[in-house]
Design a protein around this ligand. Sequence first.
Ligand code: 13P
Ligand code: 13P
Ligand code: MG
Ligand code: MG
Length: 342
Amino acid sequence: MRITLSVIKADIGSIGGHIQPSRRLLEAVRRHVADAGAGLILDHYVGYTGDDVAILMTHTHGPGAEAVHALAWEAFRAGTEVARAQGLYGAGQDLLKEAFSGNVRGMGPAVAEMAFEERPNEPFLFFAADKTDPGAYNLPLYLAFADPMTTSGLLLSPELGEGFRFVIMDVACTEGDRVIELQTPEDLYDLAALLRDPERYVVESVWSRAAGEIAAAASTTRLHNIAGKYVGKDDPVLLVRAQKHFPATGEILAPYATGHFVGGGMRGSHHMPLMPVPLNAGISYFDGPPVVSCAAFCVHEGRLTEPVDAFAHPFWDAVRHRVARKARRCAARASLAPPCSP
Ligand code: 13P
Ligand code: 13P
Ligand code: MG
Ligand code: MG
């Protein structure tokens, strides 16, 4: 069965500043997707990361399907009404256009979509980040898909060993989509050169060369490019298929143990380390730190299992402690917080 995974996310308002959405807002979004999505989508999951609400949908209509995008847009509008009624901060923040015009791309919400022939078992990971921008996924995707010191599967598995095709978006180009394609392993140095500039070059998708199939899809929305001014962070989402022709789940997760520096902290004006957090966690320190959550699923005939919270495992507590210290040092350097002991 050929299915499509679509994740569409937006900041439509939150309690106490840019912290986290209200229960009533989330209920309104969930109710709208469940009611209006009947007969259109096969399954869905609604969750939040910081102040961003993500709607993950499974269906058979392909990427960019108008009805699916309209469903998410209307769900966010329903949530925005609640946000306004409750006086939430930044109500409707990411809904930058008034009227829906066929596709949410270019309207504010972030989108990541992939279509594929479902394998008999189909594990995938859904990442959502807050207080950062799409380049946040550059390093983790590079390490998981192109670095054999991270992913031994690149050496051990003939399918992974054929390498991957990276589709990279130049997000500084506002006249249209400027896309660069590079193949690993032969283009490895060129790939690293681009991905080391995450404010400009952003991974849009990754493809298995052995299977010719999509492996990962990320959102590349730059709100600044749409609005023409700073209106909030892009807060990107990412879908990654795991196992067999793709890296193992643990290889995809491992790079997040670094707490690498990403753009977007505090008013979008600081570089701070990315903290892996549990699902449905809010934001606190210094409007951050930048966070990423990961829900692991299997999908079968378009039906999702329950999500497994990949960063809830005790291992990540130690990572969070270290990232918190790194984040405090960043803020201290900016003279905006008291220095912490080394
Ligand atoms: P299983 O044998 O448990 O599937 O694990 C394979 C593996 O090597 C994962 O890293
Ligand atoms: P959000 O884009 O998550 O609303 O963050 C805005 C911001 O700059 C907080 O400091
Ligand atoms: Mg916000
Ligand atoms: Mg946000």
